[in-house]
Write a protein that binds this ligand. Structure first.
Ligand code: FAD
Length: 441
């Protein structure tokens, strides 16, 4: 059985996630097999201890922040790629496999695992499944849920739910697997995942378009999504993101640019060429200028600009309230205008960037947790952003999840009857409410 460690430094190390929220656990366990996970769950159930499943702790919702009186179950030692089945285009992996490692391994077989959260060098497949993580490629390839074809998980009774048939179609029994996807560790500890892989595209091109007006950039996203061009990434950066990144990276972008679109296209050479032609036509309508990366080095540079936004925001203010709302793409332009206006109303910078092609925008309210007045304004601004989003038929979170961070806003989107149904479903998997209690709903 995996030992439950209680060393003080270790407890502190596992007390927080990327939100910065903290709670000391009672202990940390590092199981190396499904059997060990079962034993830990059984022990916690007997001793009335709670359980906090944990991948790499990169979550932005507080999901892996320990619940009070809980044991953290870290999957970091369950990190094997059990099999790459290149005949059936499947990968069987343990939950602690780091996403980038899976991508590199699939690539050695001429295959691709598309879900690409920006944290992919450190986050785990288990965490991705539990949060239904997305990334830039979701606009063409979909999110983690679109790749989970089966899984194994230990539920709150210490029983194992397993569905690992390597088939493309299966209507036997109830389709329970999707319930675990996005469940944020509230229904079970995922111990194995069977994932779909796809063939690598023949070619890829990366484009960068500059707009003098942010709303035009938002409108162009909608035009691109309605056109036959199918981008494999369509990301937006507003002027504040651009200025923050400029402090860290060489940027040949004029000062009066209000919005940038980063557009990636992949497929056959002919498909990519036709898509570029379509996109050029659309950009002309907005007088947007266009650069096309001519080699891998230029592509890497452009992607590094996008990835530099999040860390560079600390230049503006010490604390960011980082929301990942999603609106219908047709409302993107309206949403961007409204979010920026919230910033003006509360006198706080509101930085917008992210997965525009999906309507999934990272809205960052820049404030200071240690200044009570600024912090209060930040919280009010966040609430207003959620209200605007729901009014535009959007949702509170497109990828980070609810965890602890957004739980108090859930009522803006989900009614009481729906929440009661979620609770009854949870009780089927976790009758003693030991798995990540009081999170998600
Ligand atoms: C710089 C940065 C960029 C990011 N970019 C993106 C992005 O582009 N897209 C995106 O979707 N997210 C992004 N995130 C958020 C985060 O990386 C994802 O939510 C990721 O899926 C979390 O994986 P993790 O292994 O770190 O899980 P953790 O943070 O450890 O856990 C996340 C949740 O999953 C649960 N969990 C973890 N493992 C298991 C398991 N085996 N069984 C059951 N439950 C489990 C935890 O209890 C928790 O509720 C980003 C985060 C950072 C810091």
């Amino acid at each position: 059985m995996a030992r439950i460690e209680t060393d003080k430094v270790l407890l502190e190390t596992y007390s927080y996630d990327a939100t910065g929220r903290e709670q000391l656990p009672k202990g940390v366990a590092f199981p190396e097999s499904e059997e060990e996970v079962r034993e830990i769950v059984s022990l916690c159930r007997t001793k009335n201890l709670k359980i906090t499943p944990r991948g790499a702790g990169t979550g932005f919702a507080g999901g892996s922040v320990p619940s009070p009186n809980s044991i953290v179950v870290s999957t970091e030692r369950m990190d094997k790629i059990v099999d790459i089945d290149d005949k059936n285009l499947l990968a069987l992996v343990e939950p602690g496999v780091v996403t980038a490692h899976l991508q590199k391994t699939a690539s050695e077989f001429g295959l691709m695992y598309p879900p690409d959260p920006s944290s992919l060098e450190s986050c785990t497949v288990g965490g991705n499944v539990a949060t239904n993580a997305g990334g830039p490629k979701a606009v063409k390839y979909g999110v983690t849920a679109d790749y989970v074809t089966g899984l194994s998980a230990v539920i709150g009774t210490s029983e194992v739910y397993q569905d690992l048939s390597p088939v493309r179609k299966n209507v036997v029994g109830l389709n329970v697997t999707p319930l675990f996807v996005g469940s944020e560790g509230t229904l079970g500890i995922i111990t194995k995942v069977l994932l779909k892989l796809v063939p690598k595209p023949e070619t890829r091109k990366l484009l960068l378009a500059h707009f003098r007006n942010l709303e035009d950039a938002g409108q162009a996203v909608w035009d691109i999504m309605k056109s036959p061009a199918t981008p494999s990434a369509l990301e937006i950066m507003d002027s504040t993101s651009i200025e923050c990144v400029r402090k860290y990276r060489k940027l040949d972008i004029p000062k009066d640019i209000e919005g940038i679109l980063l557009i990636e296209l992949d497929g056959t050479k002919r498909e990519v060429k036709e898509s570029i032609d379509k996109i050029k036509e659309i950009l002309k309508r907005y007088n947007a200028s266009l650069e096309i990366a001519s080699n891998q080095k230029e592509e890497d540079h452009i992607w590094s600009l996008r990835r530099a936004i999040s860390p560079s925001l600390m230049e503006i203010a010490p604390t960011k309230i980082n929301e990942d709302v999603t609106v219908p793409v047709s409302e993107l332009s309206n949403a961007l205008r409204a979010y920026k206006n919230v910033g003006k109303k509360y006198g706080l910078p509101v930085v917008c960037f992210g997965h525009a092609g999906d309507g999934n925008i990272h809205v960052n309210i820049m404030t200071d947790r240690n200044d009570p007045k600024l912090w209060k304004r930040g919280i009010k601004a966040a609430r207003e952003i959620f209200i605007i989003t729901v009014a535009l038929n959007g949702v509170l979170s497109g990828e980070h999840g609810i965890g602890l961070a957004k739980k108090s806003y859930l009522g803006l989107q989900i009614n009481e009857e729906q929440r009661n149904l979620y609770k009854r479903i949870k009780l089927c998997f976790d009758p003693d409410m030991i798995l990540n209690p009081k999170k998600k709903f």
